[in-house]
Write a protein that binds this ligand. Structure first.
Ligand code: TXA
Ligand code: MG
Length: 319
């Protein structure tokens, strides 16, 4: 098992030696390595059993620092950096040669982000290299939102887990790239599209580019919990599962026809931010519940609800 602690000096030392350390961010926990050490980065892919065609995000403490890794920053990218960093936004920009190919899976672009979590900010400031970090879960599984989630799944493969408490956003960062100068959303996430559009106007969605860019649809599911999850309208789906023990993942209210102990409600007050914070932890909790499958209710398709629905759809048996 990995040691769990709050010692950023220890984390920094390990990272300098090419070791893997799980780090807290405001979105989800990341599995970090020195982005400039190809061997360490390869170990990240190995620990996650992640295919090498799926590139990693490079984390830095400031936008200033990010600019040492990207070849150019368009005016619109600059506006997004000024407005939303540090925070749950990742930008895909042309890379400089200093970023190793293993980080970007050979692409000539690199995904960059400035996380806002104070502990990881402090850690990054102690290092003279950025951190390549995917979410700290086995490939295809739900992302971790606590140090214990990381321990449960990757504890025997990493050296240290930096414990920054439960994450405050709960969904991975929103990813934006640029095609012919126009902003394109590659992944919905913790920064909602409406908030982005208030700043830069309408954006296009192109949602299969990230999370297995060359193989969308090849994988049966992504972000999946350990039990089959069905996503949609529970009232309509329920008849298909007679004789099965059903778990219900609802937005605001329980179902009357199921025992309360088989149900988890994301936000009784209907707060989408609270729902996002609870989502991945609740998906994991169903593993301990005496249920055969999970019915997940569709949330309102607005604000963070869109990103939550996206994750539930990808986690479902029939995405
Ligand atoms: O919130 C987050 O973004 C978390 C925390 C740890 O920062 N990280 C995270 O990383 O979710 P990961 O590896 O699970 O997801 C990164 C996604 C992948 O689906 C990958 O395909 C996409 O970013 N990506 C990375 N580089 C890219 C690039 N050059 N072009 C397009 N997509 C890219
Ligand atoms: Mg991931």
């Amino acid at each position: 098992m990995a040691e769990i602690g709050k010692d950023i000096h220890k984390a920094a030392e390990l990272l300098k030696r090419g070791k893997l350390v799980a780090i807290p961010t405001e979105t989800v926990y990341g599995l970090a390595a020195n982005a400039f050490n190809p061997e360490a980065v390869l170990n990240v892919f190995e620990a996650k059993e992640r295919p090498h065609f799926d590139p990693l995000i490079v984390h830095s403490s400031t936008a200033q620092w990010v600019k040492q890794h990207v070849a150019e920053t368009s005016p619109m990218a600059q506006i997004l950096m000024d407005e939303f960093w540090p925070g749950p936004l990742t930008l895909v920009l042309p890379k400089k040669p200093i970023v190793p190919d293993v980080v970007t899976s050979g692409l000539d672009s690199v995904a960059v982000r400035v996380p806002s979590h104070p502990m990881t900010q402090d850690l990054l400031r102690m290092l003279d290299f950025p951190l390549a970090a995917p979410s700290a879960n086995p490939f295809g599984y739900v992302s971790p939102t606590t140090a214990q989630h990381v321990q449960d799944q990757l504890g025997d493969k990493i050296d240290y887990i930096l414990d920054g408490g439960p994450t405050t956003v709960g969904l991975e960062s929103t990813i934006i790239g640029f095609e012919e100068g126009k902003p394109v959303v590659f992944r919905l996430g913790g920064l909602s599209i409406d908030v982005i559009e208030e700043v830069i106007g309408k954006v296009e969605l192109s949602l299969n580019q990230s999370s297995d860019p060359k193989a969308p649809g090849m994988l049966k599911s992504h972000y999946a919990p350990g039990k089959p999850l069905y996503f949609g309208n529970p009232g309509e789906m329920i008849t298909d599962f007679e004789g099965k023990r059903i778990g219900f993942l609802g937005f605001m209210t329980r179902l009357e026809f199921l025992p309360p102990k088989q149900q988890l409600i994301l936000s009784p007050h209907g707060d989408l931010h609270e729902a996002a914070v609870n989502l991945f932890a609740f998906m994991r909790e169903f593993e301990k519940f005496p249920v055969d499958l999970i019915l997940a209710e569709k949330l309102p398709d607005i604000g963070l609800g869109r990103a939550i629905n996206d994750r539930l759809r990808r986690a479902s048996v029939i995405p």
